[in-house]
Design a protein. Structure first.
Length: 441
């Protein structure tokens, strides 16, 4: 995303994380300050997080954003962040799409001893993959060049440092930044910390900013871990892990490459494939969670009206099969580009393709994950997060567009909870009541 101008508030949440390395200081989200500790050699970290920057001229957010770190050599870590960005200026319509992809290398120069801290560098580049005309990117690759140090004493850890940002995009400025953090492990389940982070003017019309941040991170140990994985019959898998890795590589290549292809070679078909493939890739918690992602992709550009979108969504549960078949209705109802049966087929294949690639890619590794107590604990966190995602999808856009007054909700609640009427009868009765009211009033 484009660097924020005069940040007033930052909201950062971390969804369940699967960390395949030893426990260490928790740097990165939700903290702005980083540490010099790379991921252990041949180990990896994977985060799913969200951020929101709010300023006087609007809001920029990333949800979801994917971070992957890998210890490629001793004391050396490769770093990648792929964000799904959304820009909501006050004076224009909102836009969403792939943001600026972040790559970097963390290298530890000095290891920690009893009397001296460890020191490392973490140069990063923000690639101009986001559409700057829509506020989704900087418009030009920019660089962040920090130096970090860290020292620990038992349950206490402190780290921080400073650096310089080189940003020569239009309207932006080079600036320095610095941050320091103190954190404490609270038992085995929580880490609490507080930091001070400041940076200079990052834009021609921006201003210097100082942030105070207090945050907590719950580890995988928050959820009870079984001492041993449950017994089960092994799954028959007929292809190797190398083949599975190829399918997973194709999944991520399309996830990152389709937005770039749509930007370099714009056209209605590639735009549709990009939008529906990304929606199918980023969904968590079942078909209902994909609703806000699809609405953000097809309604703001004018591909389909919001009333038609909600009407199709209301009818989708009556169709046999997964809720993702709603994509066929959207493709067939497009106002621009291919529509009819061709548009429906394109969108249907695009939204289901990530599922097939992920299943084929994960099968060779599934047996190891089923036997891992760490994966079992992570799954408990995923299940908890899914509840929140489903509630969010219920509220926006269903509740905000369909519940106009308390009576709308109260009548359905009474019919379902007290009269014990079947849901299909409540839906049909509500439709008939609305039709009669429209005639009478």
């Amino acid at each position: 995303m484009k660097p924020s101008r005069g940040i007033r508030a930052i909201v950062c949440s971390v969804m369940p994380v699967l960390v395949l390395s030893a426990r260490q200081a928790v740097a990165g989200p939700p903290f702005m300050t980083d540490d010099p500790v790379p991921v252990d050699y041949r180990h990896s970290e994977f985060y799913i997080f969200s951020t929101q920057d709010k300023a006087r001229d609007g809001k920029n957010s990333a949800f979801p954003a994917f971070e992957f770190n890998y210890g490629v050599f001793p004391d050396t870590q490769l770093h990648l962040v792929v964000p799904f960005a959304r820009s909501a200026p006050n004076d224009t319509s909102a836009a969403s799409g792939i943001g600026d992809v972040e790559i970097g290398v963390k290298y530890r120069l000095v290891r920690e001893t009893g009397s001296s801290p460890q020191i490392g560098i973490f140069p990063m580049a923000e690639l101009a993959t986001g559409d700057s005309s829509k506020g989704l990117g900087n418009g030009r690759t920019w660089w962040r060049l920090p130096v970090w140090m860290q020292k620990g004493w038992g349950e206490w850890t402190t780290y921080g440092g400073a650096g310089y940002v080189v940003n020569r995009a239009a309207g932006q400025k080079n600036y320095s930044f610095a941050g320091w953090l103190l954190q404490k492990d609270i038992g085995e389940k929580w880490t609490l910390g507080g930091e001070v982070f400041a940076h200079g003017r990052d834009a021609v019309d921006g201003q210097a900013t100082t942030l105070l941040n207090a945050a907590g991170v719950a580890g995988l140990l928050l959820f009870p871990r079984p001492q041993t994985a449950p017994e089960h019959d092994p799954m028959p898998v007929t292809f190797s892990r190398r083949t599975g890795s190829l399918w997973l590589s194709l999944f991520f290549a399309l996830l990152v490459g389709l937005p770039l292809w749509a930007r370099l070679f714009p056209g209605p078909i590639v735009a549709m494939v990009d939008a529906f493939y990304r929606a199918g890739s980023l969904v968590f918690g079942g078909g209902h969670v994909v609703l806000p992602l699809l609405q953000a992709e097809v309604v703001p550009p004018g591909w389909i009206g919001n009333e038609a979108f909600l009407a199709g969504y209301g009818a989708a549960p009556a169709v046999p099969g997964p809720l993702f078949t709603f994509a066929a209705f959207l493709g067939a109802s497009m106002n621009t580009g291919p529509s009819g049966w061709m548009g429906g087929l394109i969108c249907l294949v695009a939204i289901f393709a990530p599922s097939f690639l992920l299943v084929a890619g994960a099968l060779p590794f599934c047996e190891s994950l089923r036997r891992s107590v760490h994966a079992q604990a992570a799954l408990g966190g995923v299940n908890a997060a899914v509840v929140g995602l489903l509630l969010a999808a219920l509220y926006q856009p269903v509740w905000t567009s369909a519940i106009q007054q308390p009576q709308d909700f109260g009548l359905a609640l009474v019919a379902l909870m007290f009269w014990k009427l079947p849901p299909w009868l409540v839906v049909m009765g509500g439709g008939a009541a609305g039709w009669l009211l429209s005639i009478v009033l």
